[in-house]
Each structure stands twice: as structure tokens, then as C-alpha cells.
Design a protein around this ligand. Sequence first.
Ligand code: ADP
Ligand code: MG
Length: 251
Amino acid sequence: EGKVTPLVEVRGIGVRFGGLQALDDVSFDVRPGEFVSVIGPNGAGKSTLFNVISGVQRPTSGSVLIDGRPIRRYRPDLVHARGVGRTFQVARPVGSLTVRDNVLLGAGGRRLHGVLSSLRPRGRDKTLQHRVDDLLELAGLTAVAHRPAAEISPGDLRRMEIARALGDEPRLVLLDEPAAGVGSDGLTPLAELLGRISDRGVAVLLVEHYVGLALSLSDRAVVLNRGRLLALGEPDEIRANQAVIDAYLGT
Ligand code: ADP
Ligand code: MG
């Protein structure tokens, strides 16, 4: 019956740090173009899950499949090369470079050997320049494109990080708490960017503390609690789920 191969399938993932079971038997999938949120209290294992999916952290048990093929070597560059991009909970801009050049770096990402070697020859590449302009526009950064990244607002910085992650056209982006520290002014432009990414058919896996924001954008949500999958479903099911309310939403 025409079952679509998931873009990413997380199968029985466990991660142990010494005596701590950070993730325990977590399974779900992300279909092509789907918007999935991962929510749950602090310490639930959300960032660890992202680290596994992006190849940063080898799981203790279980496997992650991309396009139906398991990740065998957990290396971020190999996962990235298969079309999975990410941002980090703490932004990592090159503060001395302009916003535009930061985004340009992302757009040269897969072939990036070093900042200078990539900036100079690629700086004359017309297609690349178009792609960077498009990303700046998409992220609402055109007005600050020529300012050093160190001087822009936290909200602009977050969207710059996302634009950077989109630069080499991933099929899935993992976004870890993009609303952290952006302030209420930054939430609307961020939500608009996330919606536009999704409209372009790029799958999104979002970790976000602002549950309302996350659920309003999502096709489905994964709820983690103490490393375990507490619930998985569409936003309405998640909002009405008593276990989720008790463990997380109710407080
Ligand atoms: P979340 O992102 O949901 O807040 P994390 O995935 O960061 O949760 O952390 C889950 C648990 O694993 C926490 O108890 C955290 O302290 C622990 N943890 C995360 N990374 C490591 C690590 N590298 N070494 C040891 N413990 C870790
Ligand atoms: Mg985290």
C-alpha cells in the first residue's frame, strides 16, 4: 500500500553515560517533508537524541536509518553528506564575518576545506550568490546581511544559524532550541522561517521549549521524559494526552 520509506528512522535507540540512561529504547520516524517536534522537560534526552541522529554520538543500543539504510559509522560529516543538517543549542557563528559571509560558508559547506579557501573562489560563483541571497531573504536577514554577525540581535543570530544549516540544501534539518534567548520579538520571524522551510518540502526535526510554538508548526510530535518515549502523535493528540500533561504540560 505505497508505504513511503522514512527519511530518518530511529529504531530502539539507547544511550548510556556511565550510570545514566540518557535515552532508553526510543523509536519514531521522520517522513520526507514532515515537520516533527521533540518536546520534553530538561534532561529528557532531546539533545542527546539529536546528537545520535546527526552522527555526533554513537548510541549504546539501537540504530538510526537514513533512507532505509543504517548509519554504520557515527560521524557528523557522513550523516551530513546524506542530507541531514543541524544547528546547535548554543549558536556557533563566526562573529567577525558578516551575516552574508556566515550564510555563504554554510552554502559551501559540503565542499568546505577552510574558511579562506572556500570564500575566495566561491565568492564569484553566481549560482551560489543567488542561493545565499535567497537564504537571507527566507530568513528575514536581508537588512542585516552586511553587518558583522557579532553585532546582530539574538533572534537574527538564530535565524542566521538556520540559514547556514540550509545552505547546502539538506533534506532534513535538526534544530535544537532555536527560540532559546531570542526574546518575544524574535518568535514571530522565527516561526515564519520555520513555516517557510517546511513549505519548501524540507523536513524539520525541532527541539523546542516553547511547546505552543512547536506544536503549532508540527505534523507530529515526539514527547520524551527521562530518556523514554512518553508519547508520539499529532499535535491535538499530544495536547490531550494525560501522561504528557502530567509529566510536562501541566506544570
Ligand atoms: P535535554 O536536551 O532534553 O535537556 P540532554 O540530552 O542534554 O537533555 O541530557 C540528557 C541527560 O544526559 C541529562 O541528564 C544530561 O545531564 C546527560 N548527559 C548529556 N550529555 C552527557 C554527556 N556527554 N556525558 C554525561 N551525561 C550527559
Ligand atoms: Mg537540550
